[in-house]
Each structure stands twice: as structure tokens, then as C-alpha cells.
Design a protein around this ligand. Structure first.
Ligand code: ADP
Length: 503
């Protein structure tokens, strides 16, 4: 009987279950979107219960589409939207509040108080600047603002996790059957609470944030058996891999050598560069993070450039403006014109992440004249992704000292060929799309499969990677640099917007 590995991808917009075979090919997929809850400007929430229900549904859906049952699955891996914080009661399994999503900016005041004038206060220990992006301040907000939460947390009744820990705890039995409360090093490295060298929680920082240690999951490697699924969903199948989504995509792209990098184009964009066993502190606005840790092996670190808004700007154009009906339609609209007509769109909807880290920035569309039409706007929206990626690539090159020669890409936006060509042009680097574009789910499957011996080693995985398409730069250098200078000018127009008059 053929055996497979399942992967649960709990993403920002949807939850997927994918089943993979030994060659790394997708055997079946099921996917369900969940509600994006925007209670106020700057706030973004998800319903934890909805996410867990969707997870169960898509597991069942993926199995039945392939005509399989849990006996055909050797192991399951989890990958997830990182930083999104959920707090729940271990006795009832009920979340005490909606999950606060990574894009949410409500923790600005908490972050400013913690910083005491120095946003890099914890950077040497955790690799991250203080920013609303990370989980720790979100947990603090829940404990401060949900009635009774702090008392219940101090009594040891509440648990915290990113959505990996929430899904794992539920999969392995939840409140009734002793769900395991565990996370992996990559997720933990996004909380601002984990010491990057010891890979343990930093009690001092947790104390500063007022987070009881009893809420925190145990930190484990990215590839080992954490527990078994309980009856009902994937009955008895070991859960054997966890990687935050961006680290999973890096693993799925088999970026195992020092100096290899991938860029994922989803809701936001995330470029990760494998720096091996060395933690490189960034001097150019990047994050230092754990890339993966396979079982007892040493941890592998990465430099990361996180961009908050890329694909979600396309969604915004679809949902808030109604100019397009589906995300792929933007390409057709962009191709009705030759260029951006002078318009630049800086989508600083959640401030600006890498390499700027400016929470006082807000979005701006600049360079407008009566000449600009919706085709130009579509181009400006797509180009925003490419220009933001150029900023991150320049920072990577500066930090690592070795210019990147080619960039492996994946994620929902890489189906957009107009964008990919423009990306190669603006970076002056070859852009390569692999045959299996679902690298996030694949990476988590790889981590789980390695733990149970389904795949023997990294060489086994390397053989599965194949090139689908390559875009070569063809833009004149003067033109490239002129456009990039305009972009940088546009960025300056978004800064200093948030002040006492703007929440
Ligand atoms: P995530 O995993 O972050 O939820 P995905 O990798 O599934 O995201 O990518 C979805 C994103 O890609 C959406 O924000 C959507 O707007 C964008 N997208 C999908 N297809 C296209 C396309 N052809 N052109 C531009 N953007 C696209």
C-alpha cells in the first residue's frame, strides 16, 4: 500500500491540507478561507475556533479527494502564519479572545513602553527589533484587556501559542484528551521571547512583558514526533514536523546551503537567506531568526526580510476598490498600459516592515496626474511588490557581503508573469520558479517525513526540486535605477504620518 505525508498549512487567509508522495508531488489538496475580522483601523483578528474547524474539514477533504484514510499517512507536518497570537483555556479549549494577527498594530503603545526609547533593546538576545509584528506584546494586550484573563493566566489555566501550537494541541487531543502544548524553534523565534542562542524562553523578557511562563509552550526542534493525532482526525498518525510558514518555504525550496535564499509572495513577502550555524546580526533592517532545526542537529539560522503588504494589496484592490474581480485579473489590467504612468503606490498599511521598521508610516499613492488610469494603478500595485523586494535584497547583500546571484520564488503571486519579469528587471537578478510552487506545505511535509524516516536525508529532498521557469533581467540599467529612485522618493512621503491626531 502506497504511503504518503500530510501537511497542514494554517495560513493568514486560508487553511490547507496537502498530501504529498515520495517525489514531493501533490497528491491532493483541500483548502478553506477564514474570516478576516477588522474591528477597527489597524486591528486584524481571526477566530481560533473557525481555524480549528477548517483544519479538521480540510484534512477530511484532502484524504477523501485522494481516496485515502489515516492508515495511508505516515506522518503529518504543520506550517503556519507566524506571530499571530492565540490564548486559550486549557480546561475548556475555548480561546479567551480572537487570535491577534501578525499585521495588527494595536500593540504600538505597549511596544513603545517596552522600548524605553530603544527599539533594539532585546535585539542581541532575540534577533528582532521591538515592533507590533511579534507575538509577545500581543499576548500582553490580551492579558491587559480581556476581563479576568490575567488572573486566569496566573492561576495556570491559560495557554499561549502561534497557530501551530493551537492546531497541534487540538490535533493531539485538546482539553479532553491531553493535547500536547509544544511549539518549534522557528515559531518561538518570532515571539520576541526566545533566546536565539539557547533556544529557550527568556524569563527576563517574559517578565518585562508580564507573561507568566506557564502559558508558554515547550520549545522543540522542527522535526521530531511531538505526539499522535487523537481519534477523529488522522487517528494515531504522528505529528512530526513544525515550521513557521516562511521557514517551511525555505526548507521546501531545499535552501540547505549557506548563501541560498528564497522569496515567498503571499499576503506579504518574506525573503530568507540561509546563514548556516552562524547567527548574523543585521545592520540593515533585517531580522535574525531560526531557519530550522532537524531533530538533535544544530540549529540553522537565517536572515529575513519581512514585507507586510504585497499580495494583500492586490486583495485590497479587489475587495475594497472592486476594480478587479479576482487577484489574477490584475495582470490583464496591468498589461493594458506600458508602464506605471508615473504612479507609485507604497502600501504602508501596517507601517513599513523591513528594512525600514517605521510604524508611523501609512499608505500613499503618489505621482498622480489626470493621465493615470486604472491600468497604471494595477501596474503600480504590482510594482510595489517588486520595489519592496529590491529594498530587502539590497539589505541582504549588504549584511551578508555576498551578492545574491539568483532568487528562488514561490507563493500565490508567482503565477503573475508580468510581475516576475518586472521583479527580475528591478533586481537585476535571475528569478527562478520551481515545479512544485507549494513549497510552504512541502517544507512542513519534508520536516515530518524526515523525522519518521519517510525520506532518508536532505539529499533525498534535493532530488525532488526541479525548475519550472526562469526570468532573466532585460531592463536598461539607467531605467532600473531611475525607477528605483522614484520608489524611494515615494517611500519618504509615507513617513511621519501617525501622530497624536492619527490612531
Ligand atoms: P498566503 O499563504 O499568505 O495566504 P498565498 O501564497 O496563497 O498567500 O497567496 C495569495 C496572495 O497572492 C493573495 O494576497 C492574492 O491577492 C495574491 N495573488 C494570487 N494570485 C495572484 C496573481 N495572479 N497576481 C497577483 N497577485 C496574486
Amino acid at each position: 500500500m502506497a504511503q504518503y505525508i500530510a501537511s497542514i498549512d494554517q495560513g493568514t487567509t486560508s487553511t490547507r491540507c496537502m498530501i504529498f508522495d515520495k517525489s514531493g508531488s501533490v497528491v491532493s489538496v483541500d483548502q478553506k478561507e477564514h474570516e478576516q475580522i477588522f474591528p477597527r483601523a489597524g486591528w486584524v483578528e481571526h477566530d481560533g475556533k473557525e481555524i480549528w474547524n477548517n483544519t479538521r474539514e480540510v484534512i477530511g477533504g484532502a484524504l477523501s479527494k485522494a481516496n485515502l484514510n489515516s492508515k495511508n499517512i505516515d506522518a503529518v507536518g504543520i506550517t503556519n502564519q507566524r506571530e499571530t497570537a492565540i490564548v486559550w483555556d486549557k480546561n475548556t479549549g475555548e480561546p479567551v479572545y480572537n487570535a491577534i494577527v501578525w499585521q495588527d498594530t494595536r500593540t504600538q503603545k505597549i511596544v513603545d513602553e517596552l522600548a524605553q526609547g530603544d527599539n533594539d533593546r532585546y535585539k542581541a538576545r532575540v534577533g528582532l527589533p521591538l515592533a507590533t509584528y511579534f507575538s509577545g506584546p500581543k499576548v500582553r494586550w490580551i492579558l491587559d484587556n480581556v476581563e479576568g484573563a490575567r488572573e486566569r493566566a496566573e492561576a495556570g489555566d491559560l495557554l499561549f501559542g502561534n497557530t501551530d501550537a493551537w492546531v497541534l494541541w487540538n490535533l493531539t487531543g485538546g482539553a479532553e484528551n491531553g493535547g500536547v502544548h509544544v511549539t518549534d524553534v522557528t515559531n518561538a523565534s518570532r515571539t520576541m521571547l526566545m533566546d536565539l542562542s539557547t533556544l529557550q524562553w527568556d524569563e527576563g523578557i517574559a517578565g518585562d512583558m508580564g507573561i507568566p511562563m506557564s502559558m508558554l509552550p515547550e520549545i522543540r526542534s522542527s522535526s521530531e514526533t511531538y505526539g499522535e493525532c487523537s481519534a477523529g482526525v488522522l487517528d494515531g498518525v504522528p505529528v512530526a514536523g513544525i515550521l513557521g510558514d516562511q521557514q517551511a518555504a525555505t526548507f521546501g525550496q531545499v535552501c540547505f546551503e549557506v548563501g541560498t535564499a528564497k522569496n515567498t509572495y503571499g499576503t506579504g513577502n518574506f525573503m530568507l537567506l540561509n546563514t548556516g550555524e552562524e547567527q548574523i546580526p543585521s545592520e540593515n533592517g533585517l531580522l535574525t531568526t531560526v531557519c530550522y532545526k532537524i531533530g538533535d542537529n544544530k540549529p540553522i539560522y537565517a536572515l529575513e526580510g519581512s514585507i507586510a503588504v504585497t499580495g494583500s494589496l492586490v486583495q485590497w484592490m479587489r475587495d475594497n476598490l472592486g476594480i478587479i474581480k479576482s487577484a489574477p485579473e490584475i495582470e490583464e489590467l496591468a498589461n493594458t498600459v506600458d508602464d506605471n504612468g508615473g504612479a507609485y503606490f507604497v502600501p504602508a498599511f501596517s507601517g513599513l516592515f523591513a528594512p525600514h521598521w517605521r510604524s508611523d508610516a501609512r499608505g500613499a499613492l503618489v505621482g498622480l496626474t489626470r493621465f493615470v488610469n486604472k491600468g497604471h494603478l494595477a501596474r503600480a500595485v504590482l510594482e510595489a511588490t517588486a520595489f519592496q523586494t529590491r529594498e530587502v535584497l539590497d539589505a541582504m547583500n549588504a549584511d551578508s557581503g555576498v551578492p545574491l546571484k539568483e532568487l528562488r520564488v514561490d507563493g500565490g503571486m508567482v503565477g503573475n508573469e508580468t510581475l516576475m519579469q518586472f521583479q527580475a528587471d528591478i533586481l537585476d537578478v535571475e528569478v527562478v520558479r520551481p515545479k512544485v510552487a507549494e513549497t510552504t506545505a512541502l517544507g512542513a511535509a519534508y520536516a515530518a517525513g524526515l523525522a519518521v524516516g519517510y525520506w532518508a536525508d536532505e539529499d533525498d529532498l534535493r532530488q525532488n526540486w526541479g525548475e519550472d521557469k526562469r526570468w532573466t533581467p532585460s531592463m536598461d540599467n539607467d531605467e532600473r535605477e531611475k525607477q528605483y529612485r522614484n520608489w524611494k522618493k515615494a517611500v519618504t512621503k509615507t513617513l511621519d504620518w501617525v501622530d497624536a491626531d492619527v490612531d
